[in-house]
Structures are given as structure tokens and as C-alpha cells.
Ligand binder design. Structure first.
Ligand code: F3S
Length: 755
């Protein structure tokens, strides 16, 4: 059901062939990351050494995972490709749309009521196109993937930034935008700049209160939130092999918080134990047979500075428990005295109101069992909870097993709330306040990954600190941010001083994992008769219609907006409350460019409508141009479209009738997204020509009928006074991408080719 052992064996056969070739070509021993990358080249066997941080390379991932929020637009697009099935094994996981309020039973019913149309849509599309579907309550995408699909040496992409979690089981797993996932689902290659490599050597051994979470909190402190950008972080050394597989998952998970492309660990006995425990002995056997390919060549770890672009060493025996935050995951503080001083100096509330254990980062059986050992001590030693405690188990399998083993009962006897096996507070799905904007200043501690302002509860005054699950439990019980469980005493109900002993726990359930209904729905073998239903009056979902080709004549196009300075994908398609409409292109299009600054008045969402001469919102002006059958042009500054790779930032302007985006420079992913949607993404040959563009300009493309790779295009820009400028623009379209433009979109072309 869950995984395809033949597919995995196929990957291992390819690895054995390709890694040896790659080693010869590169001319030196290979890291694990290189082995996985070179064995997943789209073009087959390696033919040349790829340059890190420079070469753009096409890859062939083994799997795709999507969560319910991002899957909506991804699947709507995939439906346009004219395929009967996804080309690569794919799963959809319903975990982001479930609010934590009263506890799992009631919250899940509520979520199923509120978001039933989205869940039903995802389920029916999955059923139709051969996609595995994990129902609401089945678990958090990355825990479910680790338990069921991740495998050493594999390559996976997922429409969620914490897809990287699967590095804990030796994968190269990378978070991508929906458009990239759709390409791979439709049978196309996936492009990535060949990453740089950071090696992290772990010596010593974790003990006492120190957990895998502290390793990544330390790495975040060292590298900061940007230090991993464009790089894969590869962990190795005796400290790495001494850690559990799910602990490795925690470390890889938060690689997203340092901006890393992904993180990974070499195959070892902890992974083998995890595979066998999660009913995948055949994967473990297959991995054992190719062990040497599933870790770096020995020489690499002996002299890492010769093979990695940067090497960091951390001695786990010297590492202590950390609290990172508030508002950023790279601000590390040691528990106890240092926290006490920092909190006073910065006016961080010392009283802790909530402890939250869960998220894709820390919701494994081991995490719950170690935290429950602290909760059990509180019960045994007569301590009462000073803060509230909430738990989100990572999957139904973890929850069921933890319940069977009495772990959840321990938490409940301490009055903790067991929330749904879902993201819950980690994604702001937490009904903590009725009016979060005006809620009081407070501190919370959680075992999640992200802690920026408002993330969990919408309250800008909540100071969220990130910690291991066991430390989260101890701090919640003590109610104090500066509590040091290694040295501090607490007063129990009888007025006695008591101390916690070190946490203990089980790496894996001693009686094995168990589950009754894991929440998985396998798709139909032949889904051709499955109906996908979307109500005509739905606010949240809308089936897509193929974009009409823009054509090779663009004359009389009007300027929609000349954006000043930073114009990220968030400026083009704002997030926040708009995310509710991410499956409804026309509704979400009402946020198009509302965050972009108009260069002529430095205001947001206030542009001149050339048809009426009036000023107003960008989407309103654009809809009027569209109604009048007039194409439009958007002008932008440097690095236009940076930020999250969300495909909406290209689809919305396209949907509303923008024909071309002309900028000083593009963020590459967004530029590609524009190409995929069949639009023109162009750059000024002379970037000072940006200054020529006036508010009332009209654009005539003079030679679009000669659109060919490497050839500049010429624009006539007609100003209000009748004067004209000729502007040369560059483009990076190759032959195939020009075909996308001609067909109206990449998906239109795939559909034509399938017809
Ligand atoms: Fe969900 Fe939070 Fe992970 S939103 S996927 S639990 S980062």
C-alpha cells in the first residue's frame, strides 16, 4: 500500500551504476548528497562534473508529497495536464486545515464541517489520478512520510518547506512550489541549482536533558536563518550514528529554518531499526545491500574540509538544552541563568502560559515518550502544571501506539489537551484568543520549528520559544521560562522541594507500532470514472480553464503598475487571510499586486486606470482592462518575484490578463513560473530604461513574431504626449519554453502532446 519496494530497488540499481561513474568524472570521493543527486539526474548517467552553486540541473525525483493547503492549486493545475495518472508516486495529506481548540474528537468534527469541500475535492482528485490520500486526522505530512515513504538514498519533493524532514531517513527531500510539483506529476523534469554542501560533524553523544532538537537549535545559532541558503547540510560522525532516526528527522526538519535546500544523514543502524519498526523490513534489506552508496565515501568524513564548502563541528557531549527565540529560531539561549538574565534585559515575560508539543518537527513516538517521562515525574512527585500543555501527535500510528502504551494517559492526568494529529497551533490553527490582535503579552514554549510573531496564535505579543519536547514539558510544569531542570527545585503540593530526574524514553515502541485506521485511502486502479466535484458557487475552489495563448501580437498594451523596489511573491499575491482562497483563482486574484508599491505615488494598491483616468486598486483596474480586451504590462525593479515560490504570483496576473512582466532582474523561480504560465518575463537590456516608463504609457511589441532563444525583443513605448522610446528587452526562454508561450502555458502544451 504505502510504498513500492520495486521502485526503491530500481533507485538502488541506478545508484550502483551512476555513483561510480560520477566519482570518476568528479575525480574524487563523493559525499552522500552528491551520490543521491548524481543518481537522480533526469538525463540518466552522469556525463560531466556539476558545479556547486552554479549549474542548473534537471532531476528526476522518486516521490512527491503535498499538504492540503498547497495541494489545492497544484492539483487544480495537474488536472489541466490531460493525464490519467500522476507520473511519479504522489500523496496528499490533510493536516493544515484543522484547528486546535477543544481536543481531537471535537476539533476534527469541526474541521470536517468547515473544510469538507476542500477535503472532498482533494480526496476525489487523488482517487481519480492515482494519488495516495491521507484523511484529516491521519497525521502531519512529514511524520506520515517518514513512517511510510521516506527511504535512504531517495529523492523527494514536496509542496511544503518542511519536506526536508525526510532527510532523517537519508533522503534528499526538498520543499518546492506547486508549479514544480505539477511538472513532476505530469512527467517533466525538476530543475534545481546544484547546491553547495555544508558538512556538520557531530562528535560525542547526547545525554541527560540534551536532545536532537538542541543540535539543530545550536546549528541555527551558528549558521543563522540565512546560513544554509543554497546548500545541503550533511550530518556525519559518531554523534550522528548514535541518534535515533526520528531525532535525525527533527534536525533535518529545522534545516528549513536556516534556509538550507535540505539536510541529510547517511544510512545507519538507527534508520534500519526505524524501517523495520515501521513495517518496512524489505526496504531495510534492500538498503543494506547497497549500504556503501547510502553514505559518503570514507575519505570524505575523514577529511571533510576537502569535500564540503563549509564544515561545522559540534560535540554533543558538551551541548546543553537550549531555548531559541522569541520571534526568530536562531536566537539561542541556554536554560536557567542565561535565560533569566536575557529575559530581564529584554523584557520577555518570565511566566510561561502554554507548552505545546507536536508539529512535524517533534511529534514522534520517542518525542512523546520522553516528554511523558517528565509528565509522569510531575504526577509522582506531586507537582501541578503551572502552564497549560497541548499535544499534537504526529500521526494516527504514533497516537494509537502512544495511547496503547499509556503515554497519552500520563499527559491527560496532568490535564494536558490532546489535539488532533495535525499541524494545529504550528500553522496558527489554534483558537487561543477571540481577539488575538489585542491579546496580552505572554510567553509560550513549544517544540515546533517556527516562532515568528503571530505564527501560533495570531497574537503579536506572544513570545514563542522553541525547545525539545522534554524541556517544553518541564518548563510548562514549572511555569517559568528561566527554569533549569538540571539544577532548579520546584515546590510540590505538600510544600516539599522536588527536582526532576533526567528524561527517559523509548526510541521506538517496545511492543511495536500499532494502528487501527491509519487514515490512508488508496486511489482507484482506474480512476477514469471518478467524478471531481466543485460547486459552482464555491468560494474556496474553482476548476481552472486553460489559458488562451497571448499570441505574437501585443499592441496597445497599457501599463498596469510600475513597481518600486522590492516586489516579492508576497507583494504580488499576499498571504494571510487570502490563503483561504488559494484553490479559487478568481477570488484570490483580488489580492493581485495589492502589496506592490506604485513607483509614481509610492502607495500600495493605488494605480491610475488609463481608461478612466481615476486612481484605485490594482485588481480593479486590471479587471477593467481585461473587460475592455486590453492587454497590460507590469514593470518591476531588481530581483522581482523573490520569496516563496508560490505559483499564484504568476497565475493571478496571467488570469487577469497581464501579458508581460518587464523588470531589471528576476528571482529565477518566479521567472520560470511566469514562463510556465505562458507569459512574457523579460528584462531591460539597459536597466536605466526602467526610468523611461511613465504612468500613462502604452506598449507595442515590434518583433514578438520573431521570438527565438537568445534574441532580444524590441518594444515601442508610447508616452501620453505622443513621444516614443524604443526599448530593448532580453529574455532567457529556450525553445521548449517558447513553445509553452505559444501554447498558452506549459500544461497546455503537455495536454496537446498527450492528445
Ligand atoms: Fe505543519 Fe507546522 Fe510542519 S504547519 S507541516 S507542523 S511546520
Amino acid at each position: 500500500m504505502a510504498f513500492d519496494i520495486d521502485m526503491i530497488k530500481g533507485v538502488y540499481t541506478k545508484m550502483a551504476e551512476r555513483v561510480d561513474i560520477a566519482r570518476d568524472i568528479v575525480g574524487k570521493p563523493l559525499t552522500l548528497s552528491e551520490k543521491i543527486l548524481y543518481s537522480h539526474l533526469w538525463d540518466g548517467k552522469p556525463t560531466k562534473a556539476l558545479v556547486r552553486g552554479k549549474d542548473y540541473v534537471d532531476f528526476a525525483p522518486d516521490r512527491i508529497a503535498c499538504q492540503d493547503a498547497t495541494a489545492q492549486m497544484a492539483l487544480l493545475q495537474f488536472m489541466q495536464a490531460g493525464k490519467s495518472k500522476v507520473a511519479v508516486p504522489t500523496t496528499v495529506h490533510c493536516d493544515h486545515l484543522i484547528q486546535a481548540k477543544e481536543g481531537a474528537a471535537k476539533d476534527l468534527v469541526h474541521a470536517n464541517n468547515v473544510s469538507s469541500e476542500v477535503f472532498n475535492f482533494l480526496e476525489s482528485v487523488s482517487n481519480k489520478y492515482g494519488i495516495g490520500f491521507w484523511k484529516p486526522g491521519a497525521g502531519i505530512i512529514h511524520q506520515v512520510v517518514l513512517e511510510n515513504y521516506a527511504f535512504p538514498g531517495g529523492m523527494m519533493i514536496g509542496t511544503d518547506s518542511h519536506t526536508v524532514n525526510a532527510g532523517g531517513l537519508g533522503m534528499i527531500a526538498i520543499g518546492v512550489g506547486g508549479a514544480d510539483a505539477v511538472d513532476v506529476m505530469a512527467g517533466m523534469a525538476w530543475e534545481l541549482k546544484f547546491p553547495k554542501l555544508i558538512g556538520v560533524k557531530l562528535t560525542g553523544k547526547l545525554s541527560g536533558w540534551t536532545a536532537p532538537k538542541d543540535v539543530i537549535l545550536k546549528v541555527a545559532e551558528i549558521l543563522t536563518v540565512k546560513g544554509g541558503t543554497g546548500a545541503i547540510v550533511e550530518y556525519f560522525g559518531p554523534g550522528a550514528t548514535s541518534m535515533s532516526c526520528t531525532g535525525k528527522g527533527t534536525i533535518c526538519n529545522m534545516g528549513a529554518e536556516i534556509g538550507a535546500t535540505t539536510s541529510t544523514f547517511g544510512y545507519d543502524e538507527s534508520m534500519e531499526r526505524y524501517l523495520r519498526s515501521t513495517d518496512r523490513a524489505d526496504v531495510a534489506d534492500a538498503a543494506n545491500a547497497v549500504k556503501t552508496y547510502l553514505t559518503a565515501d570514507a575519505e570524505v568524513y575523514e577529511n571533510p574540509e576537502n569535500y564540503f564548502d563549509q564544515v561545522i563541528e559540534i560535540n554533543l557531549s558538551e551541548l546543553g538544552p537550549l531555548l531559541n527565540g522569541p520571534f526568530t529560531p536562531d536566537l539561542s539561549t541556554t536554560v536557567g541563568e542565561e535565560m533569566s538574565e536575557k529575559a530581564k534585559a529584554n523584557d520577555w515575560p518570565l511566566a510561561v502560559e502554554w507548552g505545546l508539543i507536536g508539529s512535524c518537527t517533534n511529534s514522534s513516538y520517542e518525542d512523546l515518550s520522553r516528554a511523558s517521562s517528565i509528565a509522569q515525574q510531575a504526577l509522582d512527585k506531586g507537582l501541578k502544571m503551572k502552564a497549560e500543555l497541548g499535544i499534537n501527535p504526529g500521526s494516527e500510528q504514533v497516537r494509537y501506539t502512544a495511547e496503547r502504551d499509556g503515554i497519552l494517559d500520563v499527559f491527560e492526568r496532568l490535564d494536558a489537551k490532546i489535539f488532533t494529529n495535525a499541524c494545529g497551533p504550528c500553522i496558527g490553527q489554534w483558537a487561543r484568543y477571540s481577539d488575538p490582535k489585542n491579546a496580552p503579552k505572554n510567553s509560550i514554549v513549544h517544540s515546533f520549528n517556527r516562532n515568528f510573531a503571530k505564527r501560533a496564535d495570531g497574537n503579536p505579543n506572544t513570545h514563542a520559544f522553541v525547545a525539545s519536547p522534554e524541556l517544553t514539558a518541564a518548563i510548562a510544569i514549572s511555569g517559568r521560562l528561566d527554569f533549569n531542570p538540571l539544577t532548579d527545585k520546584l515546590i510540590n503540593e505538600n510544600g516539599e522541594e522536588v527536582m526532576f530526574d533526567e528524561p527517559t524514553g523509548w526510541e521506538l515502541p517496545p511492543k511495536g507500532f500499532e494502528v487501527q485506521d491509519n487514515g490512508y485511502l488508496a486511489p482507484e486502479e482506474d480512476g477514469s470514472n471518478v467524478q471531481v466535484n466543485v460547486a459552482d458557487d464555491s468560494e474556496r475552489l474553482q476548476l481552472l480553464t486553460p489559458f488562451e495563448p497571448i499570441g505574437d501580437t501585443i499592441t496597445g498594451a497599457k501599463l498596469l503598475i510600475k513597481a518600486l523596489g522590492k516586489c516579492t511573491t508576497d507583494h504580488i499575491s499576499m498571504a494571510g487571510p487570502w490563503l483561504r482562497f488559494r484553490g479559487h483563482l478568481d477570488n484570490i486574484a483580488n489580492n493581485t499586486f495589492i502589496g506592490a508599491v506604485n513607483a509614481f505615488n509610492e502607495k500600495t494598491n493605488f494605480v491610475k486606470n488609463q481608461l478612466t483616468g481615476e486612481y484605485g486598486g490594482v485588481p480593479d483596474a486590471q479587471r477593467e482592462y481585461k473587460k475592455a480586451g486590453i492587454k497590460t504590462v507590469v514593470i518591476g525593479d531588481h530581483n522581482y518575484g523573490e520569496g516563496s515560490s508560490r505559483e499564484h504570483a504568476a497565475m493571478q496576473p496571467r488570469h487577469l490578463g497581464v501579458a508581460a512582466v518587464i523588470v531589471k532582474s528576476f528571482a529565477r523561480i518566479h521567472e520560470t513560473n511566469l514562463k510556465k504560465q505562458g507569459m512574457l518575463g523579460l528584462t531591460f537590456a539597459n536597466e536605466n530604461d526602467y526610468d523611461l516608463i511613465q504612468e500613462d504609457d502604452t506598449f507595442n511589441f515590434l518583433d514578438l513574431n520573431e521570438f527565438t532563444p537568445g534574441k532580444q525583443l524590441t518594444l515601442e513605448v508610447v508616452h501620453a504626449d505622443g513621444s516614443k522610446d524604443i526599448v530593448k528587452v532580453n529574455h532567457t526562454y529556450n525553445e521548449a519554453q517558447i513553445e509553452w508561450f505559444k501554447a498558452g502555458s506549459a500544461l497546455n502544451l503537455i495536454k496537446l502532446q498527450n492528445a
